[in-house]
Design a protein around this ligand. Structure first.
Ligand SMILES: Cc1cc2nc3c(=O)[nH]c(=O)nc-3n(C[C@H](O)[C@H](O)[C@H](O)COP(=O)(O)OP(=O)(O)OC[C@H]3O[C@@H](n4cnc5c(N)ncnc54)[C@H](O)[C@@H]3O)c2cc1C
Length: 591
């Protein structure tokens, strides 16, 4: 099987890249997705997509957390890309690459208006402009939204464009492997989930846009599909992974379920309460309160819980209080999150407190790329020719050590689009189909047969244990001792995985088999998260070491690269951060 371009992933990043490559004149663009394209996790995003449009501002005199109004037509714009840039750098705890951040915040304006022109149904201000709300760590209201189903409307909008441009979709095809020989990417190996057949698919260019990996953790907001396949496949094929130790925990996952109660809840004015009914954020971030960035709010919640001020029978929860917002506002702005709270914990936010807890939400790290989506082979910046990555599976890096809410839909759109242009240039510039040595599909068929033949334990059991290890020993607060334990345990899981079996040995729609392949991926790349975290003897952004409480710019203002060394072993190396020391020198990060 052959296409000019193969894009793995049909979320915002992959679909944008496909649309642009096709629009630029690449004839044969195909997208593979292991689930129906419109079920990609991008569609689950609720709160908003950042862009400094400046459409709304706080009502003058009402203070930074007061009500919002449409910015009058003759007034100074209420926001700017410069402010957005500073907030993103500060949010990243200075680990974000500032050249990439500048592109993100500048391109944001054009990307938003492009969505609007494509017909995206945003919520509106009274005078008809795109509505905006506050989000944590942003100085201005700049999360552009469609009620609390923003990702849904963005994904449908860009998917329509892909259909219009004749992009071919392989829906429910599972990519198992990447073909890289002599540092040139030549295609992928994929399984047609419908009949279990495994194929070598060649392409002049391959883009990975496979999304995040929250499923490595026990409590997560992520969809079942977010198992980090692309990250693991790249890693297994010798590509380094960057900054994997930075995993974001969102402050408001539903208690015990982890399902997300959007940051829009706090953006609209929600409170967080401990067992004494106290708005405890006043003790941690007196200025920003509940709208401090996520790493800080999650740590504050965890501290309240650890010190015995949690709620619910086991004292492992915190209350989210939306009651004072009133029924009208909740029904208009937060209808989906209200329904989720009713369905899963039986609490109606209009009348009840909603129990929540921190939940693994977002992977800041991933496959390292340049600002055009080209995948880096090493710290020197060499390119794995023909191989691109964008969206949550990639690490550009705009989020550094901590992502600000609403910057991720933006990143997937901006850098998916840029990768589309870069791919078009590469393919139309004369890139050729490359020969493939051997039979990669056959090698992967053997991988499946082995899972069928094995007589060890079920792969699923190993995964249950991995998730406990990751949540308990590599979670919000970390220590050398716990991380070392996690490291040993993960090595154990990898060993056990070699003899793990699946129950269902049929060919058609074998979800048991897919789950086992995903489990192989999860136990593989988790070692990179833990190794990076153990080595990094400082606290920065989402990485919080109890035994090294402060940020250490002298030693650690650098990106981690984790690379598989041959078949065994993992080697860490480091890469400098791009910083404009004149304009945005590192500062203390306070809110
Ligand atoms: C509940 C929730 C709410 C969120 N809310 C917001 C928000 O309000 N604002 C914001 O900015 N961000 C938000 N985020 C984050 C944001 O949604 C994601 O980071 C972003 O959408 C990722 O887009 P993506 O295109 O990289 O990947 P995804 O949309 O996750 O798509 C991944 C694609 O890869 C495919 N894929 C994966 N593995 C394989 C494989 N092996 N073979 C074939 N296909 C594969 C999948 O089928 C899918 O199509 C939220 C995330 C969650 C979980």
């Amino acid at each position: 099987m052959e296409h000019d371009v193969l894009i793995v992933g049909a979320g915002l990043a992959g679909t944008w890249a496909a649309v642009i490559a096709a629009q630029q004149g690449v004839r044969d663009v195909a997208v593979l997705s292991k689930i129906h394209p419109l079920r990609s996790h991008s569609g689950a995003a609720q709160g908003g997509i950042a862009a400094a449009l400046g459409n709304v501002r706080p009502v003058p005199g009402s203070g930074p957390r007061g009500p919002l109004e449409a910015t009058p037509a003759n007034a100074e714009p209420a926001d700017s890309w410069e402010l957005h840039m500073f907030d993103t750098i500060k949010g990243s705890d200075w680990l974000g690459d500032q050249d990439a951040i500048e592109i993100l915040v500048k391109d944001a304006l054009d990307v938003l208006y492009t969505y609007e022109k494509m017909g995206c149904v945003f919520s509106r201000t009274a005078d008809g402009r795109i509505a905006q709300r506050r989000f944590g760590g942003h100085q201005a209201p700049r999360a552009n939204y469609a009620a609390d189903r923003t990702g849904h409307v963005l994904l449908h909008t860009i998917h329509e464009q892909a259909l219009r441009h004749g992009v071919h979709f392989y829906s429910e095809w599972y990519v198992m492997d990447l073909i890289v020989e002599e540092n040139i990417c030549r295609g992928v190996v994929a399984m047609n989930v419908l009949d279990g057949s495994i194929h070598t698919m060649r392409a002049k260019a391959v883009l990975f846009a496979t999304g995040g990996y929250g499923r490595a953790f026990q409590i997560t907001s992520n969809a079942y599909a977010n198992t980090g396949d692309g990250v693991a496949i790249a890693y297994r094929n010798g590509v380094p992974l960057m900054d994997m130790e930075f995993v974001q925990f969102h402050p408001t996952g539903l208690y015990r379920h982890g399902i997300l109660m959007s940051e829009a809840c706090r953006g609209e004015g929600g409170y967080l309460l401990n067992s004494a009914g106290e708005r405890f954020m006043q003790n941690y971030a007196a200025d920003k309160m509940e709208l401090a960035p996520r790493d800080l709010v999650s740590r504050s919640e965890q501290t309240e819980i650890d010190e015995g001020r949690g709620v619910m029978a086991d004292k492992q929860g915190i209350y989210l209080d939306l009651r004072h917002l009133g029924a009208e506002r909740i029904l208009a702005k937060l209808p989906e999150v209200r329904q989720i709270a009713i369905d899963f914990v039986g609490a109606d936010p209009i009348t009840d407190l909603v129990p929540i807890q921190p939940t693994a939400h977002y992977s800041m790290g991933g496959i390292p790329t340049d600002v055009n989506g080209r995948v880096l082979a090493n710290a020197a910046g060499d390119w794995v020719q023909g191989f691109f990555a964008a969206g949550e599976c990639a690490c550009v890096s705009v989020h550094g050590a901590n992502r600000l809410g609403s910057n991720s839909l933006l990143e997937a759109s901006v850098f998916g689009r840029r990768a589309g242009y870069a791919i078009a240039e590469y393919v139309l510039g004369g890139a050729q189909q490359q020969a493939v040595a051997g039979d990669p599909a056959e090698a992967n068929r053997q991988r499946v047969h082995k899972l069928f033949r094995n007589e060890g334990e079920l792969a699923e059991q190993i995964l249950v244990e991995l998730r406990q290890t990751m949540t308990n020993k590599c979670g919000i607060y970390r220590t050398a001792e716990k991380l070392a334990e996690a490291q040993r345990e993960i090595q154990g899981y990898q060993e056990r995985m070699k003899t793990a079996r699946v129950m269902d040995k049929s060919g058609r729609f074998n979800t048991d088999l897919l789950a086992a392949l995903e489990a192989e991926h999860l136990v593989l790349f988790s070692e990179a998260i833990v190794a990076g975290a153990l080595a990094r003897t400082e606290s920065r952004g989402a990485h919080s070491r109890v035994d090294f409480k402060t940020r250490d710019d002298e030693q650690w203002l650098k990106h981690t690269l984790a690379q598989r060394n041959g078949r065994s072993g993992l080697a860490l190396s480091y890469k400098p951060v791009t910083i404009d020391y004149e304009k945005y020198p590192p500062q203390k990060r306070q809110y």
